[in-house]
Structures are given as C-alpha cells and as structure tokens.
Design a protein around this ligand. Structure first.
Ligand SMILES: Nc1ncnc2c1ncn2[C@@H]1O[C@H](COP(=O)(O)OP(=O)(O)O)[C@@H](O)[C@H]1O
Ligand SMILES: O=P(O)(O)OC[C@H]1O[C@](O)(COP(=O)(O)O)[C@@H](O)[C@@H]1O
Ligand SMILES: [Mg+2]
Length: 319
C-alpha cells in the first residue's frame, strides 16, 4: 500500500479535524502518501481530491467543523455512485480509505471494501449513537456545549421560577440528553429509550416548586418530539410559566474538548495501522478505555445502548 485517502461524511462533529490530522500524520510517518477528499462521498465521486502534506493538517487539531467539508449524499447508496467513486480512487492511485462519520457513512465504507478498496470507519458524530464504542468523536464537545447552555438557562429559570423545556440533539439517541441532564441537574430528562409520563412530570415540577425549587428544567431529546410540542402537552397538566428552547446546531460547532482531540488522535492512528495490516470493512471504537475494532457488518446487527442508569440517577437526584 502506497497511498491512502481520508474523507469526512454526514453531520460534522468537533474533533473530526483532529482525526484527519492523526490519520494523515501517522500515515506519512509510515511512509505513505495521503490524499484528502473534500465533501465526503460527493467529493469522492466528483474527484475533488488533493494530496496532503504535513502542513495541510497544521493548526487543525483545535478547530471545529471539518476542513475537508462534509455532505449528505444519498446517491452513494446506489452502485453507480460507488463505481464512480472507485474510478476516482483508481485514477489517484489511492489503495485504501479512512471514512470519518456516522452509521450512514459506515455503509459507504463497507460498500467500498466489498468492491475491493479497504476502508476503515471512525465514529464521528455528536450523537454517540454508534454501537461498539463507548464514545464517538464530537460527543464530549457537544455535551460540554449543551451543559454550558443549560447552565445559562438555569439562571433565567431561577430568576423567574420558570419551567424550561430544552431540546437537545441526538436524532434517535438519548445520550446527549441523559449526560447533559445529569450534568446540569435537570428536574427531568425525556429520551426515546424510556417511556415517559407527562402528567407525572407536571406533578413533580409542581411539587418541586412547592418544596422551594426555583426552576424546572426538562432536558428533552429531539428524537421524542420538539420542545414546542412537549411544552404544549405539559401545559395541559399545569398552569406553568414555561418556555421552550431548542439548542439546535450550536451543539455541533466549536472548539473540540481535550477528550475529543485525544480520542480522535488515538482512533485515527489506529485506523492507519489496520489499513497497513491490509484490513478493511472495519469500524474503530473505544471500549473500556481501549481502542478496538469490529467488522462494520457486525455493527449493523448491533444496537447502540444509551446509558439508562443516568436516567435513574437523575430521578433520584432531582427530588
Ligand atoms: N446505504 C448506504 N450505502 C452507501 N453509502 C451510504 C449509505 N447510507 C449513507 N451513505 C453515505 O454516507 C453519507 C452520510 O450518511 P448520513 O446518514 O447522512 O450521516 P452519518 O454518517 O453521520 O450517519 C450519506 O450522505 C451517503 O453519502
Ligand atoms: O444538520 P442536519 O442535516 O439537519 O441533521 C441533523 C441531525 O444531525 C445530527 O446533528 C448528527 O447526526 P449524524 O451524525 O447522523 O449526522 C443529529 O443530532 C441531528 O438529528
Ligand atoms: Mg447517522
């Protein structure tokens, strides 16, 4: 193997740049030539590919977003798109690929491996919704951002003795809501993985205020419903002074935390080792503080499990 490529795909996540840097520098250190592919699989198909130097990844480790840009490019699910992408890989003499993205991007990586181009996936998403890894690149930063926002909302909530329904991201996963809810001392956490009783939540909020609580913060995962809809439901069960707040895409941006940078650096270097070993169709993870890998096919058979002990913990701490 002489040349490897790198792309970022799906929703951007803080730490993706640190991962690209790690892959590039580790590969160069092993004597490989490294090519960056802009705009995910869309750029691969279009041949938006350039040779990287060590300098290309200089001053990137502490930056958010992805300097290789990203795309949602559903056309890559079709064989036609995949074959065009392979044509480009051949044209540039690229022997193997590192794909940094979420579950959708892993499908793309697997397809390439099936077509004879080894590809390894790194979990880059703020959602933390990938199986076989305790944490994904970007989750820690998004969590820190969400907690910072919740702390600020708490100031207003306490000053006015208000209820706030704060919607955090996570597509179908409750991880950001569970972790940020516990870290911010929320009164309630609502996630798709757990049934909720809105009447009970309203009762608990009322009781809380009666007992001297100054705020009622509900952290709601986007996969359940919108903050506006939840607020409308909640108001059917009590006359609350309440507001809805959606944190939205601000959770995806910003300077990556040290944890995300270290995770990205470890995973990136490990992916290069796998490719040097001639392996593909694999996804890198971190389990019990060890960097691991699994077949992407096995990943698709497995579900991500949010840590629901945080839900129970919060219930007992929020009283
Ligand atoms: N079934 C598939 N086969 C091939 N490529 C896919 C498939 N699903 C998704 N992709 C590629 O991966 C990209 C990112 O997937 P998406 O689900 O949007 O984000 P994420 O990777 O963050 O989950 C898609 O835009 C597409 O280019
Ligand atoms: O920015 P978009 O394309 O509207 O997507 C929003 C979705 O992307 C995310 O921010 C990240 O998800 P992915 O990693 O799957 O891209 C989700 O939390 C959210 O549901
Ligand atoms: Mg996804």
């Amino acid at each position: 193997m002489k040349r490897i490529g790198i792309l970022t795909s799906g929703g951007d996540a803080p730490g993706m740049n640190a991962a690209v840097r790690s892959v590039a520098r580790k590969a160069m250190d092993a004597g490989l030539e490294v090519f960056g592919i802009n705009y995910g699989f869309a750029g691969l198909v279009a041949g938006d590919i350039f040779q990287m130097t060590s300098e290309t990844v200089a001053d990137r480790i502490n930056t958010g977003g992805t300097f290789l840009y990203s795309a949602r490019y559903p056309e890559f699910a079709q064989v036609e798109g995949q074959l065009k992408g392979i044509e480009q890989l051949k044209k540039f003499g690229i022997d193997a690929l590192v794909v940094i993205g979420g579950d959708g991007s892993y499908h793309g990586a697997l397809r390439l491996t099936e077509h004879g181009y080894n590809a390894v996936g790194l979990p880059g998403t703020i959602d933390n919704d990938i199986p076989y890894t305790d944490f994904t690149i970007g989750f820690d930063t998004a969590l820190t951002t969400a907690v910072d926002a919740l702390d600020k909302i708490r100031d207003t909530a306490s000053s006015h003795q208000r209820v706030f329904v704060v919607e955090v991201m996570g597509r179908d996963a409750g991880d950001l809501a569970l972790w940020s809810g516990v870290a911010a001392g929320a009164e309630a956490i609502v996630v798709p993985e757990k049934d909720y009783d809105i009447k009970q939540i309203a009762e608990d909020l009322k009781k809380g205020f009666e007992n001297g609580k100054k705020h009622g913060i509900i952290v709601l995962a986007e996969g359940v419903m919108s903050s506006e809809d939840f607020l409308a439901e909640l108001k059917k069960h009590g006359d609350f002074d309440a507001r809805a707040n959606t944190l939205g895409h601000m959770q995806r941006g910003g300077v990556p935390t040290a944890r995300d940078r270290v995770l990205a650096s470890k995973m990136g270097a490990y992916a290069v080792d796998l490719l040097l070993d001639g392996q593909g169709g694999l996804a890198v993870g971190m389990e019990n503080n060890q960097i691991t890998h699994h077949s992407i096919l096995d990943l698709f058979d497995e579900k991500h499990h949010a840590d629901l002990s945080l839900y129970d913990l919060n219930k007992s701490l929020a009283k």
